[in-house]
Write a protein that binds this ligand. Structure first.
Ligand code: CU
Length: 76
């Protein structure tokens, strides 16, 4: 088994404001992947939901998205 695959990943679901188009999806994805390049990010513009699959803690991911200009209103 390769070491990387042993890192435990978490699924986070965030509610994120201000996302309206493909550019926003790209910006949010880029902000998350600047923290964790291996993170999987799925954005649903209709429900303002961002699903993140990452081994990184939630707090720095939330900060990165907020700093990119997209306020996070809830996260779990
Ligand atoms: Cu946009």
């Amino acid at each position: 088994m390769i070491i990387e695959t042993m890192k435990e990943k978490s699924m986070y679901q965030l509610q994120v404001e201000n996302m309206s188009c493909g550019h926003c999806v790209g910006a949010v994805t880029k902000a998350v992947q600047a923290i964790d390049a291996a993170a999987r990010v799925e954005v649903d513009l209709a429900t303002k939901t961002v699903n993140i699959d990452s081994a990184t803690a939630l707090a720095p991911l939330k900060s990165a998205i907020a700093d990119a200009g997209y306020p996070v209103t809830s996260a779990a």
